[in-house]
Structures are given as structure tokens and as C-alpha cells.
Ligand binder design. Structure first.
Ligand code: PLP
Length: 375
């Protein structure tokens, strides 16, 4: 199997799976219970909180566990915008994940004014456009750290500085789901008030995320219930997933540089192979991260090409896994023409990939492209 769709999700690390299994079957107490089993579960929770805080360069008390990246993002955006008497203007970008796009659209329907910053043809968002968008009543800037479809990295440090200078009361949310364990996360340097992350992109199970909330920032939770997660996220904590997430953060933090170099080499191998075998193919966006490569083979519909690759046990995607076959709003915002959008493939690496995976992809692409061109 040659799995090259790690921006959609990735395998659970064996160490993370082992911890989750142990917590599920042996250390299964409820962290709110006051007996020994509960205290043990609570200890597991706090260890994981420290591990997640460590990869986020944050304090453990600034970490709230959620069910996924989407919930973390919704908590931050709704929480920031529903603070009373603050203003009605939100700034976001047209290349956000649907977790942000649809939450902001909902607020737009509720009467908030929204500025959607547009990318250039490479998939970058400009600081000048943000400067022009900030208003005295701006309450929130929500943008991603790294784009999940084209791999561009947004200038969050400059964005944060500018926002706090021009609208000191506005809050800054960063969706760092695709940047986690790839790019060092620096909440203070970036002036971030909220940072969303997700476990299943870095080797934890699906169904676990976290939200960094800067100390001193107070927002209302999405749900009411018990007092778990200091009332920010009621509901009995998913301790097995949380423990696995902590372990994945610990491992991926320790290996971050080594993993980056490995993925960089795989990306270079892919680009070399593409240049030799498909010099007519076109890259979509100027990816700033070697983990994500978006490329079109004009004339070869991506849905059909995906099936041919699948027959060779090679797995990539045609865009965001959450968009399931819908034309990419990111490529559309970059104003690429339809032939390019319809033939786009997203190839995304993890450190577990090998040069053989890249060769298998190139061979399968060659056969697929020849077959589709012939038809
Ligand atoms: N944000 C980005 C950039 C993503 O790539 C994803 C997942 O694909 C999410 C948010 C949503 O994360 P989750 O699947 O944990 O809800």
C-alpha cells in the first residue's frame, strides 16, 4: 500500500495506540471521580495536557481538549464573536478549511460583516490586504497557519502584529491543524489568542482536538454541562484519545526536524520525477511545506486518475477530504481555470513514507495519464 494522503488523515502511531488501549481497558476511570481510579485518569489527562502544551509552546492551563479541530475552531470563532458589545466585523480568508468557512458564513447570516481576504494565484494572502481590511469594529481575525490543499503558509506573525496594532481589542484565531508537528508553533510571537489543532493529522486517533486559549482571554463555551475542561468543554473527557494525542505530540515534537528533512527529500524526489516524466504538468499554488503538493495533469480528470492510482494501491486525493468530490473552493479562489481544477491531485506526505512510495506513485501516474490521454 502506498498511502500519500496524510493531510486527510494519518495512521495512529503504535505508541499512541498502545496508550489508548491501556487507558480503555485498564486505566478507564472517569477523571471526575474522586476515588483512586478517577485520580489516575485525571493524572493521565494532565500529563497529556502538558505534552500538548509543550508542542504548542503554551502553558498547560491554556489547553482545552475538544472532539476535533472543527470543534476547536467553532469554539474559538463563536466564542470570540458572541462577546457582547465588541463589534460586528470578522476577517477571514477565502482559502480556509470548511470548519472556518461554514462557521463564519453562519455568523454572516446572523448579521456579522465579514471580509474574505482573497489569495493570489499562488495561494498566498497578502499583508497589505489585511491592513486594508481591519476596521475599528473588527472583533476577530481567523486564518490558517498552513493550507491543507496547496500547502501555503500564511504570515501569521505579521498578521498578529498588524491586527493588534490597528484593532487592539480584536482577537486572533489560527487554525494550525496542518501546521502542527511540521512548523514550530509560537503563540506569543504570533499574538495568537486561539490556536486550533487536531490529533488525527499527527498520529493520534480521530476524534480528538485541542484549543489553545491565551491566558486572560475569556469566552463562553459552545455547550453547557459539567465543569470539565474548566467549563470550556463539558462532557466526560475522551481520556484514551487525549492520552494518545499527548503521546503523539511528545513523539512528533522530538522528531520534528528529522521528519521535516525526510519529507523534504521525498518531495524533492517527487518533483524531480514529475519534471522528467510529466514536464507539462502544472503545480497549483506555491507550497511552502514539503508535506503538501498540489498538481494538475490537464486533460486527466482527477476523479478518474484517482481510481487508476487506487488500482495500483496508491492513495492520494483530489483536494480536501472534507469536500468529498466538490470542486475546490481554494483553487477556485486562486482563480485557476476549470481544466486545472478538474485535474488537480493533492499528494501529501508523512515521515513514514518511503522513496518506494514516490516511485510507485510516479509509475501509477504514468500508466494512468497515458490511459486517460489515449481515451
Ligand atoms: N483545519 C484544517 C486546515 C484541516 O485540514 C482540517 C482537517 O482536514 C480541519 C481544520 C478539521 O479538523 P478535524 O478533522 O479534526 O475536525
Amino acid at each position: 500500500m502506498h498511502y500519500l494522503d496524510h493531510a486527510a488523515t494519518t495512521a495512529v502511531l503504535p505508541e499512541a495506540a498502545a496508550i489508548a488501549c491501556r487507558v480503555m481497558t485498564e486505566q478507564f476511570g472517569n477523571p471526575s471521580s474522586v476515588h483512586k481510579m478517577g485520580i489516575e485518569a485525571s493524572g493521565i489527562l494532565e500529563t497529556a495536557r502538558k505534552q500538548v502544551a509543550s508542542i504548542l509552546n503554551a502553558e498547560p492551563s491554556e489547553i482545552t481538549f475538544t472532539s476535533c479541530g472543527t470543534e476547536a475552531t467553532a469554539t474559538a470563532i463563536y466564542g470570540a464573536c458572541r462577546r457582547k458589545g465588541r463589534g460586528k466585523h470578522i476577517i477571514t480568508t477565502a482559502i480556509e478549511h470548511s470548519a472556518t468557512v461554514n462557521t463564519v458564513k453562519q455568523l454572516e447570516q446572523e448579521g456579522f460583516a465579514v471580509t474574505w481576504l482573497q489569495p493570489d494565484a499562488d495561494g498566498h494572502i497578502s499583508i497589505a490586504d489585511l491592513r486594508a481590511a481591519i476596521r475599528p469594529d473588527t472583533i476577530l481575525l481567523s486564518c490558517m497557519l498552513a493550507n491543507n490543499e496547496v500547502g501555503t503558509v500564511l504570515p501569521v506573525k505579521e498578521f498578529g502584529k498588524l491586527l493588534k496594532k490597528k484593532a487592539p481589542n480584536a482577537l486572533f484565531h489560527i487554525d494550525a491543524v496542518q501546521g502542527l508537528a511540521r512548523i514550530p508553533i509560537k503563540p506569543k510571537l504570533w499574538n495568537a489568542d486561539f490556536i486550533s489543532v487536531s490529533g488525527h493529522k499527527i498520529g493520534a486517533p480521530k476524534g480528538i482536538g485541542a484549543l489553545y486559549i491565551r491566558k486572560g482571554v475569556h469566552i463562553a463555551p459552545l455547550m453547557l454541562g459539567g465543569g470539565q475542561e474548566r467549563g470550556m468543554r463539558p462532557g466526560t473527557e475522551a481520556v484514551p484519545n487525549i492520552a494518545a494525542f499527548g503521546e503523539a505530540c511528545r513523539i512528533r515534537l522530538a522528531q520534528m526536524q528529522k521528519n521535516y528533512a525526510k519529507v523534504e527529500a521525498l518531495c524533492a524526489q517527487l518533483q524531480e520525477g514529475i519534471a522528467q516524466r510529466f514536464p507539462w504538468a502544472v503545480y497549483n499554488g506555491k507550497s511552502d511545506m514539503p508535506h503538501v503538493v498540489n498538481i494538475s495533469f490537464p486533460g486527466c480528470k482527477s476523479e478518474v486518475l484517482l481510481r487508476v492510482l487506487e488500482m495500483h494501491d496508491v492513495y492520494v486525493s483530489s483536494g480536501s477530504a472534507c469536500a468529498k468530490g466538490k470542486a475546490s473552493h481554494v483553487l477556485a479562489a486562486m482563480q485557476l481555470d476549470h481544466t486545472r481544477i478538474d485535474s488537480a491531485l493533492r499528494i501529501s506526505f508523512a515521515p513514514s513514507n518511503t522513496p518506494e512510495d514516490v516511485e510507485a506513485l510516479l509509475d501509477a501516474l504514468e500508466e494512468g495519464v497515458i490511459r486517460l490521454k489515449r481515451n
